[in-house]
Unconditional design. Structure first.
Length: 155
């Protein structure tokens, strides 16, 4: 079930898998997108910055054209976003001046949420993975979509 209260949107699904990790790598978390059965699943990436573009390209290598990959980053990192567009012709990228979220949503039911920007970090980072269709859909509708609609393409 899902409801809204003074604190925000609360999702109480009956079935949910949550896993926590301080040994965080996006490559490990997103290894699932390389499976042929996963190639048509949409991947929504929200990040403040794009540290280490070579690593980002490596993580997304299973989607060589960027098909079904949607990325939104802070407007300060427009130059890096344009470099990604040069590499992934089908990737859809938008810039948002107030983007600070850090999550990846793999449709239809997986969410990775944490402190790490999408890239390689030298910081101590934490990550929570949630496998729940209700949570993923709520994040998409109430966080991703409004921000995407306010964002602009890099130029």
């Amino acid at each position: 079930s899902m409801r809204t209260d003074a604190h925000g949107i609360m999702v109480k699904p009956k079935e949910m898998k949550i896993y926590w990790s301080s040994d965080h790598t996006w490559n490990m978390k997103l290894s699932q997108i390389g499976r042929p059965s996963q190639s048509d699943r949409k991947l929504y990436i929200a990040t403040y910055s794009l540290p280490d573009l070579n690593y980002v390209i490596e993580v997304l290598a299973h989607r060589p054209t960027g098909h079904n990959v949607f990325l939104m980053a802070n407007s300060r990192f427009q130059a890096q976003a344009i470099q990604l567009l040069d590499h992934f012709s089908e990737m859809q990228i938008r810039m948002h001046p107030e983007m600070h979220c850090k999550f990846v949503l793999v449709e239809p039911e997986t969410v990775f949420l944490g402190s790490a920007n999408f890239g390689r970090s030298r910081w101590h980072e934490t990550m929570i993975g949630i496998k729940c269709r209700t949570t993923a859909q709520s994040l998409y509708l109430h966080t991703w979509l409004p921000a995407w609609n306010e964002s602009i393409s890099p130029s």
